[in-house]
Design a protein around this ligand. Sequence first.
Ligand SMILES: Nc1ncnc2c1ncn2[C@@H]1O[C@H](COP(=O)(O)OP(=O)(O)OP(=O)(O)O)[C@@H](O)[C@H]1O
Ligand SMILES: [Mg+2]
Length: 220
Amino acid sequence: MAQPEWINRYLQDFDVQPEQMGQRISAGRQHTIYRYGVDEVIKIPQRSLYMKVYGPFHHETIVRDLNILLEHLGEFIIPTRVLQSRTDPDDYVIVQQWLPQSEFLTGLNYPATGDDLQRITEGNRAIIQKYRVSVDFLGNIGFQQCLKASLMRQPQRACMNNLLVVPGAERPCIRIADTNLSELRFHYHAEVGLFQWVIDSALFQITRLLIHDNFGVELL
Ligand SMILES: Nc1ncnc2c1ncn2[C@@H]1O[C@H](COP(=O)(O)OP(=O)(O)OP(=O)(O)O)[C@@H](O)[C@H]1O
Ligand SMILES: [Mg+2]
């Protein structure tokens, strides 16, 4: 198995079959992602300095976010299960259907996806109003690429790595790969730290500007 030892140990507490673990496909800000079995991926929370400062996600919040998304943006959500640790109820892993033919949403491919982005932002406005949380549109690579695209005035270079474009029967469609929602309001809850709220709120405002600049879409 290719994954580090701490991941093998972490997974021992979950209903996960170690022999189904496959190749690593991404190491993002919040999760490391591996293929799992034939048609799934498994997302394991990062143990980075960034996540220590940001504050770890907890099982309860991950489930809450997924349920909010299913309520308001269900058609864009990839079949996803959140597993809970047998020893620490806060610990989780996410198992999600693998999208083998997906691409990041970019300045070039998004016009072909029809009004999917518009519908996602509409659903997200309802989520913000009701829960004061938001879809995290850009992701790590997306944030960097959108920033570069804005600075260089080249919107075709912009991308969102949390939104994936997949082939559809009539036209390509958008799917939301990242089901973690950004906190826009500070709660005195153990699961949402002060830094998480500060980082999420600041990133949301910058994301708003970048998405408007590169995709011409208003988040609020
Ligand atoms: N279901 C999936 N099928 C195929 N690829 C996926 C899937 N889920 C995630 N990925 C790949 O992994 C990347 C990161 O996924 P995700 O956003 O869930 O993790 P993250 O920790 O938030 O990473 P980041 O900080 O880069 O956004 C995606 O941009 C995509 O390339
Ligand atoms: Mg992401």
